[in-house]
Design a protein around this ligand. Structure first.
Ligand code: EPU
Length: 420
């Protein structure tokens, strides 16, 4: 079993270059199968989710040339075959093949998606969207069978501005006849990235990044390229590392506007940040003030940075209140942080974090991706040795995390340990 081992307390200085966004890449790759020719996606992060998606495209008879950070995908001969449980359940984003295959072949059979266990994670808005476009949806033995004779543009209102539902409906609607309008659409930057890719192929999508997206259906989509935007959550994780231990830690290749909610909170805590073009330079300070944070859809404070933020809040003077409103089970890091010396009480999905508390290394478990990231941050800060198990969750979402942190002075490595 692979584990991450960290000797904590080392200052972090130097440069960390941010990779392409996981949550964009995992939608762009399935979106490629809507194209009737070859497309290239640049700046694809080297994460395990990428390989699971490539496997699915190959299964559907697509040809994928993995050139490292560029993926060339030829989807001319895509066929709609059943996407089996062992592939679909590897990650959440397998569900983007629903919208993409429905748009391309009008028929999808796929087993239930996987992903981090952070709450119910229903996909009813996705399915209702497909139905509104004219598809039938059946659940047969843990798999969805979605079929349409024709997809017709329509008006769809999302009860919640779901990222996944917005993207999936966009994917299904680009080749529908007529115009589809998604009201109360999610506004995350990743959605703009996907819409740009589809528009580069000849789709007619307007309003991505606002709460009203209009998609005028087209007959075919042609050759195109796209670059994955920088990962704002990866950037946020390293920015928080800088707030804990940074000495002129420079986070390179960020889009600052995507990080405004986090940066405002850091300002409130008292962390000095200098902006230089696409780089942010972060220095830790002695006196950090407690703050209150509520997670919200973009442009609010991102749920994916709530767990990493809990570690910084353990170092702030006073009681911070962190309320998670997107998922019902996103506090998996808390018992482990408490075992390292933190003082965090959780009531439902609100954490009350008293600080500052010294942290000491311990053996901990990454219960999900961002809980894992949070434990890496805690390990970097803690006195002594932290050993994290179930690190496959972390490697699903952070490209070269070990090398990037070693490069700025962290004492972190992966070891192979026999299972007891
Ligand atoms: N929801 C429903 N019904 C639906 C869709 C969503 O009830 O049909 C609920 C979910 O249960 C959840 C909330 O709405 O409570 C938000 O879900 P959303 O659809 O916005 O999230 P998602 O598409 O499943 C993506 C990211 C998440 C990120 C969220 C919010 C991917 C693959 N995942 O998930 O990323 O937290 O948007 O920004 O893009 C992560 O990277 O750690 C991660 C979990």
């Amino acid at each position: 079993m692979k584990k991450i081992v960290i000797e904590g307390g080392k200052k972090l200085s130097g440069n960390i270059k941010i990779s392409g966004a996981k949550n964009s890449a995992v939608a762009l790759i399935p979106a490629s199968i809507l194209c009737d020719e070859e497309t290239t996606i640049y700046n694809v992060p080297e994460i395990t989710d990428k390989h699971a998606l490539i496997e699915i495209i190959k299964l559907l008879n697509g040809i994928v040339e993995d050139q490292g950070d560029a993926l060339k995908i030829d989807s001319r001969n895509i066929e709609s075959v059943v996407i089996p449980e062992e592939l679909a359940s590897k990650l959440r984003a397998s569900y983007y093949f629903m919208g993409a295959l429905l748009g391309r072949k009008k028929h999808v059979e796929i087993y239930f998606p996987g992903g981090c266990k952070i709450g119910a994670r229903k996909i009813d808005f996705h399915l209702k969207g497909f139905q509104a476009l004219g598809a039938t949806v059946e659940e047969i033995d843990d798999r969805y069978v979605i079929d349409a004779k024709e997809l017709k543009g329509t008006k769809i209102y999302l009860d919640f501005a779901s990222v996944g539902a917005t993207i999936n409906i966009m994917l299904a609607a680009v080749k529908a006849t007529g115009t589809t309008v998604i009201n109360n659409a999610a506004k995350e930057p990743e959605i703009v990235n996907i819409a740009t890719y589809l528009n580069n192929m000849g789709a007619k999508i307007k309003g991505a990044g606002t709460s009203r997206i209009t998609i005028e259906g087209v007959k075919s989509l042609h050759k195109a390229i796209i670059e994955v935007i920088p990962d704002r959550i990866e950037a946020g994780t390293y920015i928080i590392a800088g707030a804990l231990l940074g000495e002129n830690l420079c986070i390179q290749n960020v889009i600052k506007e995507h990080l405004n909610a986090l940066l405002s909170k850091l300002l409130e805590i008292g962390i000095p940040i200098t902006v230089r073009h696409n780089n942010l330079i972060i220095n830790s300070t002695e006196n950090k003030k407690a703050v209150n944070i509520t997670t919200l859809p973009y442009p609010g404070y991102p749920t994916d940075l709530a767990q990493p933020m809990t570690v910084l809040l353990t170092q702030c003077k006073g009681t911070s209140i962190l309320e998670e409103t997107i998922y019902s089970n996103r506090m998996g890091q808390v018992p482990y942080l408490n075992s390292m010396g933190a003082d965090i009480q959780v009531e439902e999905q609100t954490a009350y974090i008293k600080g500052p508390t010294a942290l000491e290394g311990n053996d901990v478990v990454a219960s999900d991706l961002r809980a894992g990231a949070s434990l890496v941050l805690a390990g970097l800060l803690a006195k002594g040795t932290t050993k994290i198990s179930e690190i496959e969750h972390i490697l699903r979402g952070y490209e070269h995390i070990i090398e990037k942190l070693q490069g700025v002075g962290a004492d972190i490595r992966i070891i192979e340990e026999e299972e007891k």
